[in-house]
Design a protein around this ligand. Structure first.
Ligand SMILES: CC(C)(COP(=O)(O)OP(=O)(O)OC[C@H]1O[C@@H](n2cnc3c(N)ncnc32)[C@H](O)[C@@H]1OP(=O)(O)O)[C@@H](O)C(=O)NCCC(=O)NCCS
Length: 196
């Protein structure tokens, strides 16, 4: 069902971007993303080239199963790989307190930061999630101190309730990357925002 829906728009253009599914040709871009310490400041894992290839294969498999998996963001003018942004069904090994849910997430190469690219891509995927997939809610989460990511959530109109903060399963509580914030956007809030 979801696959049928997403296959109506496997490649989408926004003002400055191409949003599309993962392909094996994205491996170099993914390795660049996964080996940049600025991108990984708030991540515990540092995937090497081999692990990135495994992750790419898993992403392709998951987009076949779910219809989406944190889709690719490309520069429309140059065709350059900028990173990824979009919807995902979490599968982090251990269950998160917000599951079952659909999350929205993003990672961009630093050269692309500060130009509202994550917001531009995320806005399309939120619309797709609510209008086409018929989702009732989309969530986003990150470590408390990831200011840039939280700014994107705020710009998208997602709501934050400190009571929703959670410790990421499997991470020692004293680890600085354990405590996470949870933002939510309901379909109702999305429609209210869209309709002014
Ligand atoms: C989070 C991320 C996707 C934001 O994407 P973006 O397209 O740059 O988002 P924006 O342009 O809206 O900028 C968001 C905030 O980042 C900060 N920022 C902007 N340009 C920046 C730059 N060149 N360097 C560092 N931070 C910058 C600003 O605080 C900005 O907020 P503001 O617009 O209110 O000033 C990007 O920073 C990123 O890929 N970070 C690393 C991966 C990551 O942490 N992902 C989230 C995991 S949950």
């Amino acid at each position: 069902m979801v696959e049928t829906l997403i296959d109506r728009c496997p490649r989408v253009e926004t003002e400055r971007l191409v949003l599309r599914k993962w392909e094996m040709r994205d491996l170099d871009g993914l390795i660049k993303l996964n080996t940049d310490p600025r991108v990984l400041e708030f991540f515990r894992k540092r995937p090497n080239a081999e692990e990135s290839e495994e992750a790419l294969k898993r992403a392709i498999q998951r987009q076949d199963e779910n219809g989406f998996c944190l889709p690719v963001v490309e520069d429309k003018e140059t065709g350059d790989f900028l990173g990824f942004c979009g919807l995902n069904v979490p599968s982090y090994g251990e269950l998160l307190p917000c599951e079952p849910c659909v999350e929205i997430g993003w990672q961009l190469i630093p050269e692309a930061w500060g130009r509202g690219i994550a917001v531009e891509a995320a806005k399309f995927w939120l619309g797709f999630g609510f209008d086409t997939l018929g989702l009732d809610e989309v969530v986003a989460f990150t470590v408390i101190q990831n200011h840039n990511s939280r700014r994107v959530m705020e710009k998208l109109g997602m709501s934050f309730d400190p009571a929703g903060n959670f410790d990421f399963p499997g991470v020692p509580v004293e680890h600085p990357l354990c405590r996470h914030v949870l933002y939510k956007l309901s379909k109702k809030m999305y429609l209210e925002r869209e309709n002014g």
